[in-house]
Every structure is written in C-alpha cells, then in structure tokens.
Design a binder for this molecule. Structure first.
Ligand SMILES: [Fe+2]
Length: 238
C-alpha cells in the first residue's frame, strides 16, 4: 500500500527489520474515547511486541527478509511450515495495528466524504444502516479479533470480521479501516463494555483518509491490482 501524503503513518512498506511506527497524532489526541494510558499500552507495548516478534521470527530466514508485510500475508502458504503460524499472527498483528492507529483522528465531527460516502450509500442504503451493521460486526466478534470495512475487486464495500490477528485475503479485498476488539484495545477504560468503546470509535474514524484509501483502491482496480499483487508476492517468495 502506498499513501501519498506525509502526514500519514506509513504501513510498513519496507521489509525486515520492521520498525515501530509512531502514532500520527499525540497520545492524548483521541480522548476521551481512548485515553493516553490506553494508547500507550496499546501502541508502545502490544503493537511493538508484534513488530519485535515478527523480526525475531524472520531473523533466521534471510530469503524472506525482502518481503513486505503484504507479501508475507498473501504468501503464507508458501512460507516454511514451522514459521507459518508465527508469521500469520505477528505480521497480521503489525499490519492490523498500523492500519488501526492510522485510521483514527481526534473527534471533530468528521463524516464520510467523497467517493467513499457515495459508495456507502450505494452499498448500505444509509450511513446509519452501515453504522449499525459495522457495530454488530464489532460487538459480535467472538473473543479477540477485528471488524473491517473493505472494498472488493469491483469497488463494492463489504464489512468483514476476522479472529485473532488474521487479515482478510489481500488479493481479494483492499482494507479501508478496521476496529480492534481485542480487550487490550479498551479494557483499561471500558472493562467488558465493548459496545461503549465501539460507539466512541465511530467518532474517531478518519473519513478523509479512508476515502483516499478507497480512491487508491479504485485506481489500482483500473490497473488490475489483484494480478499485480499476486505477481509481486510470487516474485518476492521465489
Ligand atoms: Fe490491539
């Protein structure tokens, strides 16, 4: 994934060794929905642990060290079987957290805009209807996991759930944003009240950035993204 503007938290486009990306805002920017302490624990400890673990897993596999996060995640079945689960969990943990942190901003009444706003209406009827379905996906995800808004190869918007640190099939879907429903994302403030955390999260969605991701996805579709992504992954894995 490539984002054109420097204000954005880059999605680790590089390869091994992966680095912890700083938040694209201050630790207190998302209060009161997400307090400073929650973000420190989540970003500085949980996310960092996935970065450290991924580097540790890849340390003994120089042939895999040129692969990007996306290539690792789309070629899991080509990786040595003994590290496949560890890469799945930790590369997924890095990818998911970077997109999650990068998909939020301070709550200032932002709303869907641009092509994404039109697509939300086309595919879900109304924003409120989309919000209700997204809320259900986040709240009903059993155990730890994520709820996603993604675009398919034709630009249709789809809500997905993934367990643990799993990532949707990146050859079929372009993620626009996601919400972390692991307890570590909200327990310090909300304890077991996941629904309250999710309700607050809706106000933090960085819609302008999500629209840019959607337009980038549409652009890539015009150029046959699925084929390109597949070829890039094959090239890197061989
Ligand atoms: Fe998390």
């Amino acid at each position: 994934m490539q984002f054109p503007e420097s204000e954005e938290m880059k999605m680790s486009p590089e390869s091994y060794p992966f680095v912890v990306r700083p938040l694209p805002y201050e630790y207190d920017a998302l209060t009161p929905v997400l307090e400073e302490e929650t973000l420190h624990f989540h970003h500085d400890r949980h996310y960092k642990t996935y970065v450290d673990n991924l580097n540790s897993v890849l340390a003994d596999y120089p042939e895999l060290q040129k692969m990007s996060l996306e290539q690792l995640l789309t070629k899991l079945d080509k990786l040595p079987v003994q590290i496949r689960t560890a890469v799945r969990n930790n590369a997924g943990g890095v990818y998911n957290h970077e997109l999650y942190f990068d998909s939020m901003k301070e709550n200032c009444g932002q709303e869907p805009s641009g092509a994404l706003a039109e697509a939300l209406e086309r595919d879900f009827g109304t924003y409120q209807n989309w919000k209700e379905l997204m809320r259900q996906a986040a709240v009903s995800q059993f155990g730890s996991g994520w709820a996603w808004l993604v675009a398919d190869e034709e630009g249709k918007l789809i809500i997905l759930q993934t367990p643990n640190q799993d990532v949707p099939d990146l050859q079929l879907y372009r993620p626009l944003f996601l919400v972390d429903v692991w307890e570590h994302a909200y327990y310090l403030q909300y304890q077991n009240r996941r629904a309250d955390y999710v309700e607050g999260w809706f106000g933090l969605i960085h819609w302008r950035k999500a629209d840019r991701r959607y337009e980038e996805a549409l652009h890539r579709m015009d150029k046959g993204w699925s084929h390109q992504s597949h070829q890039a992954g094959v090239a890197a894995a061989t």
